[in-house]
Write a protein that binds this ligand. Sequence first.
Ligand code: GDP
Length: 241
Amino acid sequence: MTPPPSPARAAAAAPGPTPSTFAERARSAMGWLHTAHFLSSAPKLEHLPPVGLPEIAFVGRSNAGKSTAINTLTQHKRLAFASKTPGRTQHINLFGVGKGQVDDAVLADLPGYGYAAVPREAKLRWQRVMGNYLMTRESLAGVVLMVDPRLGLTELDEVLLDVIRPRVEEGLNFLVLLTKADKLSRAEATKALSIARLQAGGGEVKLFSALKRQGVDDAAELLWRWTHADSGNAGAAAPAA
Ligand code: GDP
């Protein structure tokens, strides 16, 4: 694992001055995300190394498009991969991100939930592991929840929302990505957005399509800001939705 940077190295590796336009900031954020590399994998919360860098958790029901979203954002074909074999995805996978070979953030890919073939006992175990992670992981800077808008927020998504709501109210960043947006008509997209905004309890909601590259730059720029709140580059205005 990459050790935390010394202040001098971090300064040397930090991206340059704040790019002024959204397009420039998004490009810089995409370059940053492209540095993502595998750090470690843990079956339980207590096995996760305390990384000490701002961490962004990716969560969602299985098949919501989480692996595709992570691969699209990081521009890697198989950094995260969907395994349809129960048991194989039951790990929290951590990826380091940082320019100049110095990690300054971590992406955490949490196992997809709600997969029908997973035995009830394993489902309950995972609800506990995930709940613990989301409630207690100190370095958590934000949560990205992937939702297939054609299904909307399911009961298990609601459970997750209940778990993180107190932390979101305390300022934890939260983004709902409505995935596979290319499958929606304009009217369906508008409706899905307004319903999800009502349910997201203070979080942001954005349409996302890996296929059409819709919402990719917005999400990348947001993730960068979440993890660089202290860098002086974080004050840039959010792009228009
Ligand atoms: P995961 O189980 O949440 O990791 O979901 P995957 O990333 O494996 O995606 C589930 C299915 O949705 C796969 O068949 C993907 O090809 C499909 N998918 C994911 N993203 C998109 C998208 O943006 N557009 C379309 N049309 N399909 C997508």
